[in-house]
Design a binder for this molecule. Structure first.
Ligand code: SAH
Length: 344
C-alpha cells in the first residue's frame, strides 16, 4: 500500500500517471489531502473508478481526536490523537499575537531518557511517518478552524532520531499548494544529537534550531540527559558553532530551570563562555513538575536570567501556556496510558 499522505505532489502525480491519469489529477488529489480529506469518496472531482483504484492501493488513515483539552486561561488546545495503529501522540495549538503555532510530535514516545521529561518514561514505540507529522498540522487547523502559521517540532519524540522522516515532512509542509509554511516559521528542537545537527547544517535550511541544553557542564548534563554520554557538551557546543558558521542562523538554547541542579550562577557564566563568538539566545523554561520525577522547579529563574544578561546574552523566560491542561510534553499521553492500564 502507498502511504499517500507522506508523498510529495510530484510523487502523487507520478503514481496517478502510472494509473493512466493526467498530471492535473495529481494536483487535485494533493489538494484534497492538504485540506484534510478523510476518505477518497470525498474527492468528488475524481472519477468513481479512480477513487476505487486509490482505495485499493493507498492508505488514507487520518488521525482521530482521542481527547482534547482547552485551557480556560489562554485558549491553548491540547490534542491527543489516536493513530491508525492505536498509538497516541500529542499536539498543542498555541495562540500568539504573531499567529497560531502548532507544536507537533515526531515519534510515539522517546528513547532519549531525559530525567525531567514525561515523554520518555515509557521509551520509544516507533517513529512517526512524514504524513503523520503533516496530519497534525492539517487536522489541528481543520478541528479548530484556526489557520496555523508557525510550527515547532517540540512535542513528543526526538526529531534528530527520525531525521529522514522529519526532512520529508519539512518539504511537504513547505509546499506552496499545501500548507505553505516557510522554513523561517519552523523550529526544530533537539536534545543534542550531534550527527543530526551536522546533517541539518549541511542542508542549510532557514529554520530555527533549538538545542535543549539544560546544563553547560558535562557532569550535570550527563546526570539529567543520558544523550550527553554519547555526545558531551564540548562536542555539542562545537557542533553548534559549526552550525552557526554554516547557516548564519542564531541557535536558541532551551534551559529548564531545576532547583539546585542547573540554576547556579557559575553555570550561567559557563554558558556565556561557551557561546562566545556566536549570537545565542537562551530560553529559560520554568520546569514543569512531572509527578514521576524528584526534580523540582528552580526559584532562581529571574536571577539566572540577569546573570546571563550581564554577559551580553539574550535570555528570555518562556511564557507558560496551558498550565491548567497538562500542556507540556507527554503528560496527556502518559495520563491516558495510565488510565488504560497500558503502562507500568
Ligand atoms: N526531543 C527534543 C524535542 C522535545 S522539545 C528536545 O529534547 O529538544 C521539548 C522541550 O521541553 C525540550 O527542551 C525539553 O527538554 C523540554 N522539557 C521536557 N520536559 C520538561 C519539563 N518537565 N519542564 C520543562 N521543560 C521540559
Amino acid at each position: 500500500m502507498n502511504d499517500i499522505r507522506s508523498m510529495t505532489q510530484q510523487e502523487i502525480t507520478e503514481l496517478l500517471r502510472s494509473l493512466g491519469e493526467p498530471a492535473f489529477r495529481g494536483r487535485q488529489l494533493f489538494a484534497w489531502l492538504q485540506k484534510g480529506a478523510e476518505s477518497f469518496d470525498e474527492m468528488t472531482n475524481l472519477s468513481k473508478p479512480l477513487r476505487e483504484k486509490l482505495r485499493e492501493t493507498c492508505l488514507l488513515t487520518p488521525p482521530v481526536v482521542a481527547r482534547k483539552q482547552t485551557s480556560k486561561l489562554d485558549g491553548t488546545v491540547k490534542y491527543l490523537w489516536e493513530l491508525a495503529d492505536g498509538n497516541c501522540i500529542e499536539s498543542v495549538l498555541m495562540q500568539y499575537h504573531h499567529g497560531n503555532t502548532v507544536c507537533i510530535s515526531s515519534q510515539v514516545g522517546c528513547r532519549m531518557g531525559c530525567a525531567f521529561c514525561a515523554s520518555t518514561i515509557a521509551g520509544k514505540v516507533r517513529d512517526l511517518t512524514p504524513g503523520e507529522m503533516l496530519d497534525q498540522v492539517i487536522f489541528v487547523q481543520k478541528d479548530s478552524g484556526l489557520p496555523v502559521s508557525n510550527i515547532v517540532l517540540m512535542g513528543i519524540g526526538e526529531p534528530m532520531d527520525n531525521l529522514d522522516n522529519v526532512l520529508r515532512f519539512l518539504e511537504l509542509v513547505n509546499h506552496p499548494e499545501g500548507q505553505n509554511i516557510g522554513m523561517r516559521h519552523i523550529s526544530l528542537s533537539t536534545c543534542g544529537v550531534v550527527p543530526g545537527i551536522e546533517r541539518l547544517a549541511e542542508r542549510d535550511l532557514q529554520l530555527t534550531l533549538s538545542v535543549s541544553l539544560h546544563a553547560p557542564d558535562s557532569e550535570t548534563r550527563s546526570r539529567i540527559m543520558p544523550v550527553n554520554r554519547a555526545w558531551d557538551v564540548e562536542e555539542l557546543f562545537r557542533a553548534c558553532h559549526r552550525y552557526f558558521q554554516k547557516t548564519g542562523r542564531r541557535i536558541s538554547f532551551e534551559y529548564a530551570m531545576i532547583d539546585g541542579v542547573n540554576d547556579h550562577d557559575w553555570q550561567a557564566d559557563l554558558i556565556a563562555e561557551k557561546l562566545r563568538g556566536m549570537p545565542g539566545h537562551v530560553n529559560l523554561i520554568p520546569l514543569n513538575d512531572v509527578a514521576e520525577s524528584p526534580l523540582k522547579p528552580s526559584k532562581r529563574v529571574a536571577a539566572f536570567q540577569k546573570r546571563l544578561e550581564s554577559h551580553g546574552l539574550t535570555a528570555t523566560v518562556r511564557r507558560s501556556l496551558g498550565g491548567d491542561i497538562d500542556a507540556s510534553c507527554g503528560q496527556l499521553r502518559r495520563k491516558a496510558m495510565q488510565e488504560k492500564g497500558g503502562n507500568p
